[in-house]
Ligand binder design. Structure first.
Ligand code: NI
Length: 182
């Protein structure tokens, strides 16, 4: 397994749409393993391939405290959505920014698993939010795109100005909110 570099806002590559996977082969399975390792090391609960500069429709999620219950969704499609939920979101590609986004509360998503077999998942609340956030990544969309133009401009300016963060600063700000990185 290898740790991959996570692109950070405002990197324009985060705005590119990923292409469907045509065959779930060893290359895809290696990508999934590498993405899981990268997500675990970064203390995130979700990661999309777009975030590691691979334009394939692959995402991984693990919301368990024990960090050993991964979901791997290839070519995910939301086939059902209902309700509304507003959650404070954070993103591994948008460090130190947290804000509320409204999404569907319950969804059903169809996808291919690691073996290329069709599968489906019914999700609600945070897991549903996480799946929607990651599918947005695959479409080249970030959670900050839901914020007001003014807020977004301010964030962009701040991100461009930022030179280097020390790890202790990053840890401090991460602990200042209960939002998890997805
Ligand atoms: Ni994200």
């Amino acid at each position: 397994m290898a740790r991959l570099l996570i692109l950070e806002y405002p990197d324009p590559r985060l705005g590119l749409a990923a292409a469907p996977v045509t065959e779930v082969d060893d290359e895809i399975r290696t990508l999934v393993s590498d993405m899981l390792e990268t997500m675990y090391v970064a203390s995130g609960i979700g990661l999309a391939a777009t975030q590691v500069n691979v334009l394939k429709r692959v995402l991984v999620i693990d919301m368990s405290e024990t960090r050993n219950e991964p979901y791997c969704l290839i070519n995910p499609e939301i086939v059902f959505a209902e309700g509304k939920i507003s959650t404070e979101e954070g993103c591994l590609s948008v460090p130190e920014v947290y804000d509320y986004v409204e999404r569907a509360e319950r969804i059903k998503v169809e996808f291919l698993d690691r073996n290329g077999e069709p599968a489906e998942l019914e999700a609600e609340e945070l897991l549903a939010v996480c799946v929607q956030h990651e599918i947005d990544h695959l479409d080249g969309k970030l959670f900050v795109d839901y914020l007001s133009e003014l807020k977004r401009q301010r964030l962009k300016k701040k991100a461009l100005k930022k030179t280097r963060r020390t790890p202790s600063e990053a840890t401090r700000s991460r602990q200042s909110t209960s939002a998890r990185l997805i």
